[in-house]
Design a binder for this molecule. Structure first.
Ligand SMILES: C[S@@+](CC[C@H](N)C(=O)[O-])C[C@H]1O[C@@H](n2cnc3c(N)ncnc32)[C@H](O)[C@@H]1O
Length: 334
């Protein structure tokens, strides 16, 4: 069986504080179903992620090209490595994701990993671009990553300033890139009064026509904002609950400020679960210093979701800094 060696991007170890090996191995095991014998190897002092696959065709390469840490792929031929040309996985340039830089941005490589493993858990056959929601959207790293990979992107964000920056970035970016598009911000009205704003864009790529919609508002109102619309995947990086001065990035649980995201997640997860299509998946990353894995798993199962457990699903925990230890969990709506 042919053996392949994936070279990781040089930045991967900076992102995961030296733990890129296990994380990218777990990602590959989940998202490349035809890969076997996944292991870390060292050749000539350089680390690679090695795997075997009986399938050497386009499907394998398409899966590999979407790995968040993939830099290049080689096929082993005796003592030599033969470069393998990977297909273009992106329908929009990756600078859509890399240009914005701001405090609180979720790392773009990690976002691609979280999106990839969540979509791998979706059991529903696609009928067009996947419908991906980030109900804690910030300035849109998940939205942009989803668009770049050819999916429609939806978001809710409680911080008005982040929403304004997200909308103005998309408008400028789409104009500068000369992509055929429409994009505008409009007020959201209920009973004749303005209750927030929404941003809508339609983007014509060389492939699919993509859609983005983002609302200002509390994530626990996400189902009211989107009405009957349901999603293939909900992918979100939860607030970390780390204090910046007197406040944290958690926006009120039942009207109060809360340092821990646990209260917010307890109230939001049932709402998000109801927004998933049957066979859709919810992928969540969170700070384990504020919420234990088993407690988050109970919140998901209490909302009728089935948590992906065992093997590679348990190998994503990593340190971000002294106050943030991040992990991810994916659960499917049966
Ligand atoms: C970890 S950040 C996500 C950052 C985002 N992935 C990005 O890269 O821009 C969590 C986000 O949740 C938002 N948030 C916190 N509580 C919220 C709530 N109750 N409703 C809506 N958004 C909320 C915060 O304002 C913050 O932007």
């Amino acid at each position: 069986m042919p053996r392949y060696l994936m070279l990781r991007t040089p930045s991967a170890n900076r992102v995961y504080a030296g733990e890129a090996g296990p994380l990218s191995a777990a990602e590959l095991q989940i998202t490349v179903p035809m890969a076997q014998g996944v292991e870390d190897v060292e050749i000539g002092g350089v680390g690679y992620l090695a795997f075997e696959s009986a399938d050497s065709g386009g499907t394998l390469l398409e899966f590999v090209a979407r790995q968040s840490a993939c830099f290049a792929l080689f096929e082993e031929e005796g003592e030599l490595l033969r470069p393998v040309r990977l297909p273009q996985a992106y329908v929009l340039d990756d600078d859509l994701v890399t240009i914005p830089k701001y405090q609180g941005k979720t790392n773009e490589q990690f976002t691609q990993l979280l999106l990839g493993v969540t979509l791998a858990a979706v059991t529903r056959e696609p009928t067009g671009p996947r419908q991906v929601l980030d109900p804690l959207a910030g300035r849109g790293t998940t939205l942009s990553t989803a668009l770049m990979l050819g999916h429609d992107a939806y978001g809710v964000e409680g911080d008005d300033k982040s929403f304004e920056q997200l909308a103005s970035f998309y408008k400028t970016y789409l104009r500068r890139k000369r992509l055929k598009h429409t994009a505008d911000v409009r007020p959201v009205r209920r009973d004749g009064r303005s209750v927030g704003k929404r941003f809508d864009a339609e983007i014509h790529t060389l492939g699919p026509t993509l859609h983005v919609t983002a609302f200002t508002g509390d994530t626990r109102q996400s189902a009211d904002l989107f009405g009957r619309k349901k999603f293939d995947a909900i992918v979100t990086d939860a607030p970390y609950g780390v204090a910046h001065g007197a406040v944290t990035d958690v926006r009120g649980t039942s009207g109060r400020r809360d340092r821990s995201p646990a209260g917010l997640l307890r109230e939001a997860i049932p709402v998000w679960a109801g927004q998933l299509m049957h066979g859709g998946a919810l992928g969540l990353s969170w700070n384990t210093l504020g919420l234990a894995r088993e407690n988050l798993a109970s919140m998901l199962t209490d909302s009728g979701l089935t948590v992906c457990t065992d093997g590679p699903w348990e190998r994503f925990a990593h340190r971000v800094d002294s106050s943030i230890h991040r992990d991810l969990m994916v659960a499917v709506r049966p």
